[in-house]
Design a protein around this ligand. Structure first.
Ligand code: NDP
Length: 256
């Protein structure tokens, strides 16, 4: 018999950028559902705090300091997780940054850094976990997109390109690895209250109120809004769901 649809007991998850923001919200959900978690990021203090928090809900959690744009660091991270936690069932590609400039003002180093952090890292991490998932008989990959996977904005050329790309990358993995019982899906957050958007709110006049007016739920998202979707897409509840891009946005993307 299959396990209960939302049970992650015995599963091992890697969450990039799981040391804060949306990644931590997802890691909390997975931990509550019984998974062991490897939290990946660069900031050691944030990593330690996240691991301590996840351990408090009874989860096995380890911190792995790694820059997910670095192929060798990603390979070392994946082998550390497989060694310490014994297997890899779930990968959440969540690490991301934004540089807010119009296309004519963005230099190539800025473009590269956004594309590498938001898109290339998902390729590197997915490719690195594939052998372990295949050997385990299946797996779940969850990639974090954005409203910029759907819409454009004058100040986000590289970010929107990376987030549009992540949806197409997700579909490609879903097709390529379906025969290995690996499901790949994307989550598209609306406007969520995190460090990333705190800065944007300071920099952009009126942003806070515009988001409230445009969002049918009439609030900013909270990182805990991502626990449920993470558990769904990481568990057997979603075994026939693959290649999708699911908005978690309080209705932002359907507002006319
Ligand atoms: P945060 O800034 O809170 O989190 C981003 C995380 O990514 C940090 O924990 C950071 O950890 C990690 N990170 C960044 N670069 C690297 C790197 N090179 N290597 C390893 N880790 C890295 O932002 P959010 O939680 O808001 O963002 C999470 C994801 O959600 C991003 O992909 C973002 O684009 C997306 N998103 C967010 C929205 C929002 O409204 N907040 C809306 C739509 C999408 P560390 O500093 O330790 O490296």
């Amino acid at each position: 018999m299959k396990t209960a649809p939302f049970d992650l007991t015995g599963k091992v998850a890697i969450v990039t950028g799981g040391n804060g923001g949306i990644g931590l919200g997802m890691a909390r959900g997975l931990a509550q559902a019984g998974a062991a978690i490897a939290v990946v990021g660069r900031n050691e203090a944030k990593l330690a705090a996240a691991v301590a928090e996840l351990a408090q809900v009874g989860a096995r959690a380890i911190a792995v300091a790694a820059d997910v744009t670095d192929k060798a660091a990603v390979a070392a991270m994946v082998s550390r997780v497989a060694g310490d936690l014994g297997r890899i069932d779930i990968l959440i590609n969540n690490a991301g940054i934004n540089i807010r400039k119009p296309p004519h003002a963005l230099d190539i180093a800025e473009w590269d850094s956004v594309i590498q952090t938001n898109l290339t890292s998902a390729f590197l991490c997915s490719q690195a976990v594939y052998p372990a998932m295949k050997a385990a008989g299946g797996g779940k990959i969850i990639n974090i997109g954005s409203m910029m996977s759907i819409f454009g904005a004058s100040f986000t050329p590289a970010y929107a390109a990376s987030k549009g790309g992540i949806v197409q990358f997700t579909r490609s993995c879903a097709c390529a690895w379906a025969a290995d019982n690996i499901q790949a899906n994307a989550v598209l957050p609306g406007w969520i209250d995190t460090d990333l958007t705190k800065r944007a709110r300071k920099e952009i006049d009126g942003l806070h109120d515009r988001v409230l007016a445009r969002t049918p739920a009439a609030r900013w998202g909270d990182i805990n809004d991502f626990a449920g979707i993470a558990v769904f897409l990481a568990s057997s509840a979603s075994d026939f769901v693959t290649g999708t891009a699911i908005p978690v946005d309080g209705g932002y993307s359907i507002m006319g």
